[in-house]
Design a binder for this molecule. Structure first.
Ligand SMILES: Cc1ncc(COP(=O)(O)O)c(C=O)c1O
Length: 373
């Protein structure tokens, strides 16, 4: 994706590293570290800095809107995906008899608010088969009591990408449920078509190459009533400083209700710069560059004595692959010795390929594996 010179200038820390771990932490380009420095300068102005913070806030929201293909009024920014889901749970006002469908490939952020003892809804688990979530296994879990299906577009665990149009059809045809989609492992890496999704959530420290401390929320205008958060706070309230403020709290509708307090401005500066950077290159260009590297990596892994836990289905692959091996820790160690970074966690090794990766990164990774196995 990046010309070698741009890669050297924008990502100097990648000079000798084969960094295959963007599904855990993306590497911010120089414009993002510059934006953080700018935040520090603006903060030094005290209250006068707020006008500048607000400019970045507006611009960041416009960038998120572009990424989600929504309007700026349809996006909000909170502090992490987990916060977004807990606020969403508040907005749902679930009752005894309601049902929520989660799945066994998901990251805990979107799956666990409904598992707390205070949640009155019954939770059903959409279980994967051989690493894949099949629509035919979802359908029997849906019905008149289903209020929510919560799922990631791309699984943090094995990289499986759900067939979104089929999932949306199943939800619409078999229930009146809302569909909440976590795009953390997809945003900035693969082109997205999120039409028909009721709530979109993403963290900001992975593929979009920003920092920690952001939760990007998308609520289409037609769903603003369903996703209006009845939380305490002020930034999201219509009447926070009105005369009636000690009599009632009135939330702004939809996405705006997900920012309950002062925005995390350092993260907001970073999100603005990072998404501008991603959009200046173009997600389709990133995908066209990285997709053949993913293919080469998968083909290489398939020749090795490892247990691949990512289904090899072209439409179900984004940027992540994962595999198991009894000696995973030793392999991880050997890779790190050679400055090759992958994730070793939750019983598997996970490889993530972004636009700044090169065929050399993949070859170095496969060579070490070949020698170690
Ligand atoms: C799919 C997914 N959602 C969310 C998160 C992170 O959630 P939070 O922003 O609450 O830390 C991760 C990984 O850390 C993830 O893989």
């Amino acid at each position: 994706m990046f010309a070698q010179s741009a890669r050297d200038t924008d990502f100097p820390s990648l000079a000798k590293k084969a960094y295959l771990n963007s599904a855990a932490e993306g590497i911010p380009p120089r414009v993002v570290t510059d934006a953080l420095a700018q935040y520090a300068q603006d903060k030094l102005r005290g209250m006068d800095g707020r006008q500048r913070h607000e400019v970045h806030w507006k611009e960041a929201k416009a960038q998120v809107a572009k990424a989600y293909n929504l309007s700026a009024d349809e996006v909000g920014i909170c502090s992490c995906s987990s916060e977004a889901y807990n606020l969403a749970a508040l907005a749902m006002r679930l009752r005894e008899g309601d049902e929520v469908v989660i799945n066994d490939l998901d990251f805990p952020a979107g799956a666990t608010p409904w598992l707390q003892p205070t949640c009155p809804a019954k939770v059903k688990v959409w279980r994967s088969r051989e690493g894949a979530l099949r629509v035919e296994d979802l359908v029997p879990l849906l019905g008149p009591r289903t209020r929510l299906l919560t799922v990631s577009l791309v699984s943090f665990f094995n990289g499986y990408k759900i067939p979104l149009p089929g999932v949306i059809d199943a939800v619409r045809n078999h229930s009146d449920a809302l569909l909440a989609l976590d795009v953390t492992q997809a945003l900035g890496r693969i082109p997205l078509d999120l039409a028909g999704v009721d709530l979109i959530v993403s963290s900001t420290h992975k593929w979009i190459l920003a920092t920690h401390g952001g939760g990007l929320v998308g609520v289409p205008a037609a769903r603003a009533r369903e996703w209006t958060v009845p939380a305490g706070g002020w930034f999201h309230l219509q009447n926070a400083f009105e005369n009636d403020r000690f009599e009632r709290a009135v939330s702004k509708p939809g996405a705006a209700s997900f920012t309950v307090g002062m925005p995390n401005y350092p993260a907001v500066y970073a999100i603005n710069a990072a998404l501008r950077y991603i959009h200046s290159i173009g997600v389709p260009a990133i995908d066209s560059h990285a997709r053949p590297l993913v293919r080469a990596c998968l083909d290489g892994l398939k020749k090795l004595p490892v247990e691949l836990i990512t289904p090899d289905e072209p439409d179900a692959i984004a940027g992540i692959m994962a595999f198991r091996h009894p000696d995973a820790e030793r392999i991880h160690h050997a890779l790190r010795e050679k400055n090759i970074h992958v994730m070793s966690h939750a019983g598997r090794l996970r490889v993530a390929i972004h636009g700044y990766n090169t065929s050399d990164d993949v070859e170095r990774f496969l060579d070490v594996l070949h020698n170690e196995l």
